[in-house]
Design a binder for this molecule. Structure first.
Ligand SMILES: Nc1ncnc2c1ncn2[C@@H]1O[C@H](COP(=O)(O)OP(=O)(O)O)[C@@H](O)[C@H]1O
Ligand SMILES: [Mg+2]
Length: 265
C-alpha cells in the first residue's frame, strides 16, 4: 500500500513540475480561454435534464455545498483533478459533474474544465442540446490535442466533450500519450479544477485505467438502486488507486426540505 502511495505521489509531482513549466502566459490570467468557441445551451432544456446549478438558488444549493467542500479539500492538498464515477451506469455521474462544474464556474475567480471520459456512454452533448459533432476523445486516440474540440460556456467553464465513444476506451485511457495530452490541455488552460466524468467502476476497467492520473474521486450512488455491496466494492477499488472524497447520494425521492436547507446554511 505504501509503495502504491509513494508511486502515486511521484507521478503527481512529475506532473506538477511539467504543469509549472508550461504556458506562464495563461497562468497570468489571460490565456486561451476567450478563444474557445462558446456554446449557449438552452436553459429550459438544461432544467429538463436536471442541470440546475447555473444560477444560485434553492435548486443549486446542494451543489454549492458540494463545491465549497470540494474546493476546500483541493486547496488544502494542492490538488486539481477530480474523477466522478459510480458503481454502475445511470447513477447520475454526468448530472452531478455538470451541475458541480456550473456551480464552480459561478465563482468569478475559479475556472473549471470538465472532461468527458465515459467513452462508452458519452451523454453531455445531448444533455446540453448540442450537435454530436465534438470528438475530443477521438482526437486523443489519433494522438493529438485538438483545441477546436474544447468549448466554453461563459468565462469560467471549459468542456472537452465527445459525441461518440472510441473503440477501445480502456486502452486509450491507460495510454501514456493520453495522460500527456490531458496534461497538455491542463497546462494550456490552467483551470483551478478539472472534473472527469468517468465510466462506472463495476462494469469495465475503463475508469480504473485513468485513475492514476487524478488526485481524488467522488462516487455517485443512486438511492434505491445502488446496493451497499456495490458502494463497498466501488469504494475499495477506488481507494487502491486514489483518494476517495466521499459518496454523493443521488436520486433521493424523500428529502426533507428542512434537511437540505439546514446543510446548505
Ligand atoms: N437526482 C436525480 N433524480 C432523478 N433523476 C436523475 C437524478 N440525477 C440524474 N437523473 C437522471 O438519471 C439518468 C442518468 O443520469 P446520468 O447523469 O446520465 O447518469 P450516469 O452519467 O451516471 O450514467 C438521466 O436521465 C438523469 O436525468
Ligand atoms: Mg454519464
Amino acid at each position: 500500500m505504501e509503495r502504491i502511495q509513494s508511486a502515486l505521489a511521484k507521478a503527481r509531482s512529475a506532473r506538477d513540475r511539467k504543469l509549472q513549466s508550461t504556458n506562464p502566459a495563461s497562468a497570468a490570467g489571460g490565456g486561451p480561454w476567450p478563444d474557445l468557441a462558446e456554446i449557449r445551451p438552452d436553459l429550459k432544456l438544461l432544467a429538463r435534464n436536471r442541470i440546475v446549478a447555473l444560477n444560485p438558488g434553492h435548486a443549486a444549493a446542494s451543489f454549492d455545498v458540494m463545491r465549497t467542500n470540494l474546493l476546500r479539500t483541493l486547496r488544502a492538498n494542492s490538488w486539481t483533478r477530480v474523477a466522478i464515477t459510480s458503481p454502475t451506469p445511470g447513477c447520475g455521474k454526468s448530472t452531478v459533474a455538470l451541475n458541480l462544474a456550473f456551480s464552480i464556474a459561478r465563482l468569478t475567480d475559479k475556472k473549471v474544465l470538465l472532461v468527458e471520459l465515459d467513452l462508452r456512454r458519452p451523454s453531455l452533448l445531448s444533455v446540453l442540446g448540442q450537435p454530436n459533432d465534438q470528438q475530443f476523445a477521438a482526437r486523443l486516440a489519433e494522438g493529438r490535442l485538438d483545441m477546436a474540440q474544447v468549448k466554453r460556456i461563459g468565462p469560467n467553464l471549459a468542456l472537452a466533450l465527445s459525441g461518440s465513444g472510441v473503440s477501445s476506451p480502456a486502452e486509450l485511457l491507460s495510454a501514456p500519450r493520453t495522460a500527456d495530452l490531458i496534461d497538455e490541455l491542463e497546462a494550456v488552460l490552467r483551470p483551478d479544477v478539472v472534473l472527469f466524468d468517468m465510466s462506472p467502476m463495476l462494469v469495465s476497467d475503463d475508469a480504473l485505467a485513468y485513475l492514476d492520473q487524478v488526485d481524488c474521486a467522488l462516487m455517485v450512488a443512486a438511492a434505491e438502486e445502488t446496493t451497499v455491496a456495490e458502494v463497498e466494492k466501488c469504494g475499495a477499488d477506488l481507494a487502491k488507486r486514489t483518494q476517495v472524497l466521499g459518496v454523493v447520494l443521488n436520486k433521493c425521492r424523500y428529502m426533507e426540505d428542512e434537511e437540505s436547507r439546514a446543510y446548505a446554511e
